[in-house]
Every structure is written in structure tokens, then in C-alpha cells.
Design a protein around this ligand. Structure first.
Ligand SMILES: Nc1ncnc2c1ncn2[C@@H]1O[C@H](COP(=O)(O)OP(=O)(O)OP(=O)(O)O)[C@@H](O)[C@H]1O
Ligand SMILES: [Mg+2]
Length: 371
């Protein structure tokens, strides 16, 4: 049993605010992924949970016990880092057993726990090997084994898969998800990879660098689908999704009823009409995901907006083509199910559905509510 609660937590190094006013609750048995760009404070937040980093302000609680002053060894958490630093001269068995032996647990118990962890991780046949005789994925599993045998109340992972090649990463991702489900242990996982976040997290916390004006790092917390479907601001909208969401600057007509963008003029979608009345004659940001932009010549959308422009880049990824086209002053990226790749400069017809758009305030970049 373990929930983790950050209450108005801040961290300052000298004069630099790295974490500002972090409020986040990680539920018992939850797989929480903290995701954000490099330098936004993910590792710092994770290290705070481990007790490796002091808080400048606020409280951190594990269950309902405030742990600000509790040393790492008394927190019952196990951390797996990006560099898994196995002992090269020890066998897989001894690497996994090492931490337990340091804890003066009986020989018999150590043996049972190592075999159990090895079974879960599929390392049973490799227990006598030295790390240098293992593949990257196998080494990663040994590092996981070291954490599992401790039977902690919390697992902390800091980009544990980033040293693996793409294929192994996908495989280990699936294994980690299965493992977490099986062990049902509260897990906090840090990554800058939004695909990893979307596939692993029960919920995702999207972090940004702390703002100069004391703006908090936490941008949104939610299930992967909530974050994908309803990003709370343009930062989250751009960060989650690949390729990132298109965000165009558009104008709202003087009567508030129409959206005027590069090469198009369309009636405001009904759900946004109330919110857009306040923006009459002003600019807003319109977001549309590349997978919601279609081949304009072939599509049959309910509420379409058509665009046209020259191709700047076209990348084939097997069944799909990612087309970057210039429309007016803006660039639009479309993920098309086309077999033909447009040439550089070739005019393409694109269309998106007004029912699939996101709107954000141009200054605050906050999402405009649809009714
Ligand atoms: N000991 C330190 N002294 C000063 N600044 C630090 C210290 N440790 C970290 N920082 C700064 O704090 C910020 C957050 O660092 P952190 O390691 O938490 O980022 P991160 O989100 O984990 O990034 P990455 O994805 O690159 O690992 C960075 O700008 C970093 O330079
Ligand atoms: Mg980090």
C-alpha cells in the first residue's frame, strides 16, 4: 500500500527555481508517468520521492506520513536508473541478491526471492552469467530484478529504457506494463518520450520547465486518452502526439460566428460558439492533429474545412505519408493514408473536420471550453 502526495513542493538550486508549487497525488497501485521535455524537473521530482533530493518548500507524503526528513533507506522505495550499473564481476544471481544480503535477510529468503524475481523476469536460465554475457534487454531485466526482490511499496523508474534500441524498447515497455500489473505496486516512471508515457501510464503528469513568473511545472494530469483528447493548453497539445498537433493562428469574425484561417472561412462549430463570442474580432489558436487532417480530394467529412498548399516535405512510413504543406503563412502537417508521395512543391488538397479541432486562448494558451 502506498500513495504519494506532493503538496506545494518547490525546489530551488541557488537562484534557479526548478520545481514550483507542485501538487500531485499518485494513487495506491497506480502507474504514473511523469513526462516532459529535457530539464523540466522530472528527475528532480523522482529523486525527491526517493529521498535523494531535499525539498526547498512544501511537503511530500508517502501514504499519510510526511517523509521530508526520512532518509532514503527508510522509505521503502526502489529506484531503477537509466544506467543500470550492474556489478561486472558478479553473476546475475549475485547482482540480484546483493541488495538483500546488505539488508541481513536470511539466506533461504534471499534465495527464494531471487528465484521468484528471475521467474517473473524470464532470467531463470541466465543466473550464472556475468553481465558482459547479456544483451541490453537482459541487463535491463537484471536491474529490474534488483528492484523487485526488495518488494518495495514504490517503484521509481528514471528513463530505464533509453539505452535500449527501438525494438527492445517496445518489447521491454510491454514487459514493464505486464510486470506492474502483476506486482500491483505503486510506480512512478519518468520519461521525455510521449509514446512511452501514452502506452505505459494509467495516468500521465505532463510537466514543463517552471515559469520565470512562478508558474508551476505541472500542466495536466489525466489518463492518456484524456490528455490526447482534451489537452488543457497548447503546451500539452504540442507535446503529446506524434507528429505534434498543428497549431494555427486564426481570426474570429466581428460577429463571433466565423473562424477565418489561412485560405478558409468557416462557421464556428456549435459547441465553441458561446466561448468564441468573447473573442469576436480577435485571434485564437486552432489546433488540429495530423491524423485528423485528410486528403482533401478523397475525404467525406461531416463539417469540413479545405486547405491547399505546396508540399514542403513528404515522409513515407509504410502505410502512411506524413505531408508537410505550406498554407498561407502557416505550415500544416497531415498524416495521410495515401500510397502516392507528393513531390516537393506539388500542390496538395487537405481537409479537416471542424468537429475535431481544439481552440486555445492566444495569450494564456489555455483551452477554450466547448459546451
Ligand atoms: N545540482 C544542481 N544544481 C543546479 N541545477 C541543477 C542541479 N540538478 C539539476 N539542476 C537543474 O534543474 C533542472 C531540472 O533537472 P532534472 O534533472 O530534474 O531535469 P529532467 O526533467 O530530468 O531532464 P532530462 O530529461 O534531461 O533528464 C535542469 O535545468 C538542471 O540543469
Ligand atoms: Mg532526468
Amino acid at each position: 500500500m502506498a500513495s504519494i502526495t506532493f503538496s506545494d513542493v518547490s525546489k530551488r538550486y541557488g537562484t534557479v527555481d526548478v520545481i514550483v508549487g507542485l501538487r500531485l497525488e499518485i494513487r495506491d497501485r497506480e502507474f504514473m508517468v511523469m513526462v516532459g521535455p529535457s530539464g523540466c524537473g522530472k528527475s528532480t521530482a523522482l529523486r525527491m520521492i526517493a529521498g535523494l533530493e531535499e525539498l526547498t518548500q512544501g511537503t511530500l507524503a508517502i501514504d499519510s506520513r510526511v517523509v521530508n526528513d526520512v532518509p532514503p533507506k527508510d522509505r521503502d522505495v526502489a529506484m531503477v536508473f537509466q544506467s543500470y550499473a550492474l556489478y561486472p564481476h558478479m553473476s546475475v544471481y549475485d547482482n540480484i541478491a546483493f541488495g538483500l544480503r546488505m539488508r541481513k535477510i536470511s539466506q533461504q529468503e534471499v534465495h527464494e526471492r531471487v528465484l521468484e524475481a528471475a521467474g517473473v523476469l524470464g532470467l531463470g536460465q541466465l543466473l550464472d552469467r556475468k553481465p558482459k554475457a547479456l544483451s541490453g534487454g537482459q541487463r535491463q531485466r537484471v536491474a529490474l530484478g534488483r528492484a523487485i526482490v526488495r518488494k518495495p511499496s514504490v517503484f521509481l523508474f528514471d528513463e530505464p529504457l533509453s539505452n535500449l534500441d527501438a525494438e527492445l524498447r517496445v518489447q521491454m515497455r510491454a514487459e514493464l506494463a505486464r510486470l506492474q500489473q502483476k506486482l500491483a505496486t505503486t510506480t512512478v516512471y519518468v520519461t521525455h518520450d510521449q509514446v512511452e508515457a501514452m502506452t505505459l501510464g494509467h495516468r500521465i503528469a505532463v510537466l514543463a520547465p517552471a515559469g520565470a513568473s512562478g508558474r508551476t511545472n505541472l500542466q495536466q494530469v489525466g489518463t492518456p486518452l484524456e490528455i490526447y483528447d482534451r489537452p488543457q493548453n497548447a503546451f500539452v497539445a504540442r507535446f503529446i502526439g506524434s507528429p505534434p498537433m498543428n497549431i494555427l493562428t486564426v481570426c474570429i469574425s466581428a460577429d463571433g460566428g466565423e473562424i477565418i484561417g489561412p485560405g478558409f472561412r468557416a462557421r464556428s462549430p456549435a459547441p465553441f460558439a458561446p466561448a468564441l463570442r468573447a473573442y469576436a474580432g480577435r485571434q485564437v489558436l486552432l489546433g488540429v492533429r495530423p491524423e485528423h487532417v485528410h486528403d482533401g480530394a478523397a475525404s467525406s467529412l461531416r463539417n469540413p474545412v479545405s486547405l491547399r498548399g505546396p508540399t514542403e516535405i513528404a515522409e513515407t512510413i509504410g502505410s502512411e505519408v506524413i505531408v508537410h504543406a505550406r498554407v498561407g503563412e502557416e505550415r500544416m502537417v497531415a498524416r495521410l493514408h495515401a500510397r502516392r508521395v507528393p513531390r516537393f512543391g506539388e500542390m496538395v488538397e487537405l481537409a479537416f473536420d471542424l468537429d475535431a479541432i481544439h481552440l486555445f486562448d492566444k495569450d494564456s494558451e489555455q483551452r477554450l471550453a466547448a459546451s
